[in-house]
Design a binder for this molecule. Structure first.
Ligand code: SF4
Length: 165
């Protein structure tokens, strides 16, 4: 077990999307629940995966869907593929976390609107990358808030008003 396993999957995701967003979320400044796009994501999730077991929480890690065939399969449901790398590493972190608990798992990234699925697997290189990312997340959250830097996706971000009002 490593020391930074209190980190949440969303933080790993935000590490790739925006460091300001990562910092705000890590300091419990959450506006995500109120945002329309997040509501849409939840709606897609609920209507496409009604029969699956959902919202499994282990420590700081919450999975959208978890299934058991011959091994555990985690499915992370996303509404758009715009941040595929962020989605991939979020899912890799879940797999990493389970591996550290002695549970073998594989992952599926699912984009129901695009009818697209991507298999995500852990290997030793990815494991090292995840550990580096976790350390960097710790450093970022310990420091001052990174200055917001405007990008195309900011308009759709729940923190937009906070960063640029
Ligand atoms: S509005 Fe832009 S800069 Fe601010 S948190 Fe969101 S993505 Fe980051």
């Amino acid at each position: 077990m490593i020391s930074n396993m209190y980190i949440r999957g969303t933080q790993v995701n935000y590490y790739f999307v925006c460091k300001t967003k990562l910092w705000l979320f890590s300091h419990n400044i959450t506006m995500e629940k109120e945002h329309e796009l997040v509501k849409l994501g939840k709606l897609i999730h609920d209507s496409y995966y009604e029969r699956d077991q959902k919202d499994v929480t282990i420590g700081p890690v919450a999975f959208d869907v978890i299934r058991k065939n011959d091994e555990i399969e985690i499915r992370e449901v996303k509404k758009s593929g715009s941040f595929e790398k962020a989605h991939e590493y979020q899912l890799l972190y879940y797999i990493y976390y389970l591996n550290k608990l002695g549970i073998k798992a594989k992952g599926i990234l699912s984009y129901p609107k695009q009818r697209k699925t991507i298999k995500v697997k852990m290997d030793s290189e990815k494991e090292k990358e995840i550990e580096k990312i976790l350390s960097e997340i710790e450093e970022i959250t310990k420091g001052k808030m990174p200055q917001p830097s405007y990008a195309k996706h900011c308009r759709k971000c729940a923190y937009f008003e906070l960063c640029f009002a």
